[in-house]
Design a protein around this ligand. Structure first.
Ligand code: PLP
Length: 382
């Protein structure tokens, strides 16, 4: 199947009928253990932490969608990011995009640093800054593009060229666009990471994460982390993500259409500033978005000036729900400073530009006219 035929791939990759019964849906194998066929032999599975047939199907689908060679499902996006760095050693150096999801920064700063792994936040938007930051002990560059919530892009191909010349791996958090709208591996990245909680699941009914690798070493390493650390996704949650993936391409079309319409409406509104949506020609990296993405998605942020104004806006919304998270069928709005980036100090938020009045939207798949009318009446309340 061609890599760009995402509708077919979404419906079929990893989702072949059950060989035993012909069931067209992947069965949920709720079994912690599997009968062995002899001493040291089995039918492919022995214990569900190490591997489970339903998880295998999801991992196959994820690898196919991203064009990788192995997929690995974890209990959350954070568990997947943890697995990325779990095999590093004290003294290793990791470069991370400087305005990433607050939970990623919390994991790196409050846990991973304690293991003696050095974490350096770099403005990966600037390739010269990336080149300057690489040291002899740099093992990984972790890029989030577009970033949460400021929608800053990193040139994936550019970073990979610099990193690979110095034998450094590049991982990309592709959560905000999904495999349908961006293929980091095609652009040169080594590893893709997802919070499947978002667009891949698409229905806000489960937390999950994934890594997609490109080498036999990635496969071995990430599988070892699944088995040894145990932060795996349960068979039922794997089923939910597989079910979500079946409509991924279809949902992304509607997210994209609604995202563009909402951003264009917001761009005419005088009460907000710093509207960040890569699909607008006013976005400073619009050209890069056109070059490396297949769409602009449905994530955006803007500034209403003060926390009080943001509070009035969120309180007045009727169709959009005021809630964290993103990528579900329903539209959500959130106040970044007190939700996704609450783990950062005031100074850290100020340093990356997460202001008190910043609001992030995840535009869902409702009728766009209803969404725009809702935003219009909520802005009137500000
Ligand atoms: C870009 C990004 N990466 C990672 C995560 C973490 O994923 P999870 O909440 O599934 O652990 C999030 C969660 O919001 C996110 O937005």
């Amino acid at each position: 199947m061609s890599q760009h035929k995402y509708s077919t791939l979404s419906v079929h990759a990893g989702q072949e009928p059950d060989p035993l019964t012909g069931a067209v849906n992947v069965p949920v194998y709720l079994s912690s253990t599997f009968e062995l066929t002899g001493i040291g032999t089995d039918k492919g599975w022995d214990y569900s932490r190490a591997g489970n047939p339903t998880r295998d199907r999801l991992e196959t689908a994820l690898a196919a969608l991203e064009g990788g060679t192995s997929g690995h499902a974890f209990g959350s996006g954070m568990a997947a990011i943890y697995a990325l760095v779990a095999m590093l050693h004290a003294g290793d150096h990791v470069i991370c995009s400087h305005n990433v999801y607050g939970g990623t920064q919390r994991l790196f700063d409050q846990i991973v640093r304690h293991y003696g792994i050095e974490i350096e936040y770099v403005d990966t938007e600037h390739l010269d800054a990336v080149a300057a930051a690489i040291r002899p002990n740099t093992k990984l560059i972790h890029v989030e593009t577009p970033t949460n919530p400021l929608m800053v892009l990193t040139d994936i191909g550019g970073v990979c060229e610099i990193a690979h010349a110095r034998s450094v791996d590049v991982s990309v958090d592709n959560t905000f666009l999904s495999p349908v709208l961006q293929s980091p591996l095609e652009l040169g990245a080594d590893i893709v990471m997802h919070s499947t909680t978002k667009f891949l699941n698409g229905h806000s009914d489960g937390i999950g994460g994934a890594l997609i690798g490109t080498t036999p070493e990635h496969k071995e390493r990430f599988h070892l982390v699944q088995k040894a650390v145990g932060g795996i996704l349960s068979p039922f949650e794997c089923f939910l993500v597989l079910r979500g993936i079946r409509t991924l391409a279809l949902r992304m079309k509607q997210h994209e259409e609604n995202g563009r319409a909402v951003a264009e409406f917001l761009s005419t509104q005088p009460k907000l500033t710093r509207l960040a949506y890569p699909g607008l020609t006013s976005h400073p990296q619009h050209a890069l978005a056109v070059k490396q993405q297949r769409g602009f998605g449905s994530m955006m942020s803007f500034d209403l000036g003060t926390q009080a104004a943001a509070g009035r806006f969120l309180g007045a919304l009727k169709v959009f729900l005021s809630a964290e998270s993103l990528g579900g069928v329903e539209s959500l709005a959130s106040h970044s400073a007190t939700t996704t980036h609450a783990a950062l100090s005031d100074a850290e938020r100020a340093a990356v530009g997460i202001t008190e009045g910043l609001v992030r939207l995840s535009v869902g798949i409702e009728d766009k006219e209803d969404l725009i009318a809702d935003l219009e009446q909520a802005l009137a309340a500000v």
